[in-house]
Ligand binder design. Sequence first.
Ligand SMILES: Cc1cc2nc3c(=O)[nH]c(=O)nc-3n(C[C@H](O)[C@H](O)[C@H](O)COP(=O)(O)OP(=O)(O)OC[C@H]3O[C@@H](n4cnc5c(N)ncnc54)[C@H](O)[C@@H]3O)c2cc1C
Length: 618
Amino acid sequence: MAKKTIFEDCDILVVGGGMAGTGAAFEARHWGRDLKIICVEKANIDRSGAVAQGLYAINCYMGMQWDENQPEDHVRYARNDLMGMVREDLGYDMARHVDSTVHMFDEWGLPMMKNEKTGRYLREGKWQIMIHGESYKPIVAEAAKKSADKIYNRIMITHLLMDESKENRVGGAVGFNMRTGDYYVFRAKTVIVAAGGASHIFKPRAVGEGMGRTWYAPWSNGSAYALPIAVGAKMTQMENRIVLCRFKDGYGPVGAYFLHLKTYTQNANGENYEKKWYEHTKEMVGEYIDHHPTPTCLRNHAFIQETMAGGGPIHMVTKEAFQDPHLETVGWENFLGMTVGQAVVWASQNIDPKYTNPELTTSEPYVMGSHATCSGAWVSGPEDLSPPEYFWGYNRMLTVDGLFGAGDTVGGSAHKFSSGSFTEGRLAAKAAVKYIEEQKAQDINVSDKQCEEFKKIIFKPLENYTVGRNEITGGTVSPSYISPIQGLQRLQRIMDEYVGGIATNYMTNANMLKRGLELLEWLQEDLENVGAEDYHQLMRAWELKHRALTSQCVTEHTMFREETRWPGYYYRGDHLKLDDENWHCLTVSRRDPKTGKFTLEKVPVYHIVDEKEKKQAS
Ligand SMILES: Cc1cc2nc3c(=O)[nH]c(=O)nc-3n(C[C@H](O)[C@H](O)[C@H](O)COP(=O)(O)OP(=O)(O)OC[C@H]3O[C@@H](n4cnc5c(N)ncnc54)[C@H](O)[C@@H]3O)c2cc1C
């Protein structure tokens, strides 16, 4: 069914040209002058990934040149927000390099807002700096395009290739061009997976004709997780899904509103509802509720409890701030550079925030490793910081040799955001070059047989459709194949109803998870029979398969952690309290590629930053 097979051999293959992928392509060229570097992108690198529409703030900038923050401060911040559960080695490593990334963005022409009095970057909050960021993505894409030997747009990577001469070593990746139908084989010495996080694995609030309107980019389909999971790479913290408090229906961001406009929230009676839930939350999580700033999940928790208790709708009080013409402009521009849809929703609902306080909502859960949660791959840290359990030779290398990750792909290191993801791409690329230079990628063998087998697997949904449609006598429903949208809706319902989505107010328990796992397994069986009528639907079919595998991993992790560590992100009804005695640890899983079975383990969480300081003091 594929038209042509195209082979491309290279040294470094970057999968996904979003923030982390562009950072990786750029840095790979810096260290590997003579290496062949290829970047493969599902969309078009100029407008792809979560930053496609632009951003209004760079959310991670230390400001070390002015002693605004140090990397240690950022580690403490991320640790606090994630209720203790972060890889501090990875967080510190990203934070110590992130400023240099932002300075390059500035040099490359990204319009940065400046504080008129100090001349410094204009702060939105302690970590955020404000930009006119509509062209953020084209600017970083240009750096990648100038660095890589080739950028392939419109190719979806579906599988990683494995070396056949050495166990557990990567050998490249395969995929297809969804415009031409050509099959692509990239044989590579190293692969950097930078394919973004996962939306649409839980049923979204907006369904039917509005289902594309989610907070997270609807095209982020979890390839960053499914690709490594499928080859047996270890994953971490996959239970740590994220739920966002955002403006209702448009999912417009609230950061600039809280931090810059100093707006605040209240319930329908005009009360500060967060205070009301203090004792209740303390009962569940103990002293974590007294931390400053309040961890994001706990603020969500108050929102969810208040709504369940009948105090909704919850509003953002904008009427006061919007009386100031400057703040009013900032409020609107915030959307125009990032989420135009929110402005359109308000216009359509007759909401002028100067006169009406807009409603907020909590989103369906998403899986991602770069925002305020840290699901993703279990990677090696940098040699100067990481304890032995966290270090196996090359920074950001997964537990499969030669396979690296960055951005949403990498678990345990939250609050990287756009700048930190680009930075992590740079770190991964530098290590990948070292891996090649140290002769670790010699004699990689990927047979034609392996490539041919994947070709059959990848294009099978087209065959399912072509054969199966002959059995249809009326309408569009086939007795022998399911369409990608049918499969997606089934997946979303399983995740929503059993794994802690909006249907249950984020509640789940072992019995529900067990049932969810059964249903997911049956879904996997049926996905063998997904049918695709064209190359675009073939992409949808593979997006679905990646989402389904990611979902299994999320569900296994959620089952394993027998506590409620992040109320407001999800609740284990059978273990409704945070349990530091038994669960102050990271969770790590591995799926056996032969059997498809997951095994899980606890791994110690090391609080490196303050340990280091304690040692220095003594
Ligand atoms: C709604 C939203 C708002 C945000 N706001 C801010 C903000 O204000 N400030 C800030 O600093 N950060 C913000 N972030 C965070 C920032 O966007 C992410 O941290 C960053 O984009 C992550 O980088 P990444 O490269 O891992 O993923 P992405 O940038 O999403 O890139 C992933 C890339 O992989 C491609 N891809 C996916 N699957 C495949 C495949 N199978 N084959 C080939 N290519 C594939 C995608 O098309 C995409 O280009 C926001 C994120 C979201 C979702």
